[in-house]
Structures are given as structure tokens and as C-alpha cells.
Design a protein around this ligand. Sequence first.
Ligand SMILES: [Zn+2]
Length: 202
Amino acid sequence: MASKLDFDEINRPEYEDWFDVGIGDEELKRRVKAAIAFDNRIGATLAWIERTRPGVRAMYERFHRDYMDMLDDLDDADEEFLEERAIQFAEEVTKSTQNHRGDLDGYWTSAQRAVEIAKNESGLVSNDFEYQRAKKQGKKLKTWHTMGDNKVRETHWPMDGVTVGIDEFFTVGGFDMLYPMDGEHGAPPEEIINCRCWVTYR
Ligand SMILES: [Zn+2]
């Protein structure tokens, strides 16, 4: 893991910290629900990997199926986005799990890792959902917000309060992002993992 991540938003295991953002009760509830859905499925899959030591292909298929199962729970998320992300996710998480199989500390198949994955994936899915919904509602502008504490990344601090057109990119650490955790337009994991920033639309 890049050392760049050590000082910022990487070490926040609790959902409360993660979800304590200015988005209102309804959105907060949706995010927690999504996180728990991911946590349950991915946690079970990591335990299964630990127990049965499956091959790479079986691992990929199960991670992919876990993600697609989200479609049943996240009925208001964008299906096309989830289907594309499912493929990407299954590849990423299979590769990283496989690469760390021999690690003695057990983190890569632990419940803690399931929580980390749940936070990031539910955040990403929720951010995309809010973006799509705002566009449908005819919103024109979006504003980036940070938690304003000392865990915020150096590259996200300057984004606090920045407003752009809804279809424009935020420039974050030199990368284009439609919303926090958007990795589709070149932003690397250093700008994404455990980011707690959020966007409001108007
Ligand atoms: Zn952030």
C-alpha cells in the first residue's frame, strides 16, 4: 500500500465516522444499508476463501456474484454502473486477495477487510447514485465538501466548498473526478480509498 495513504483517511474502521456527513438522515440510512449489504456478502466470501482456498477463477466468480446480488438490495442504484463496477471490483479484489494469500497476519481474509471494502464500495455506489439522481432532477451545480478534520487528504482540503457545473469535473490532486471516489476518469487509489468527502447538488 502506498505510503502516501498512511497519514490520511485510510485508518477509519467505524461506519459512524465514515457516514457522518452532511447528507441528511435519508441518505445516511441508505448508505449504512448499502455498507451492511456489502459487509455481509464480502465478509462471507473472505471467510470462504480462508476456509476452502479456492482457485482464482472461483474467487472471481464469487466476488462478481456478491456484487451483482447488490442489485437486489440497492434498488435505487444505477444498474448499468453496478454491472460495470462488478467486473472491475471482482478483478481488483481477486488480484489483491491472491497476491496476499501467504501473509501471516490474516488481514486479507479478515472481517476488518470486509468492513474496509464495504465502506469504499457503498460510498462509491452511493456517490454515483446521488449524481445520477441530481441530473435527473435537473440540478445544475455541485459542491465538494470535506469532513474538515485532520484526516482529510492534503489534496482534498483545497476542494472544500469548490462548486462546478454538474457535468464538469472536479480537479482533485490534478485528476478529473465527477464526485468523490470516482476512479473512472484517471484518479488513482490514493485519491479514492477511504475518502469521506461528499457532494451537494443544487
Ligand atoms: Zn476526501
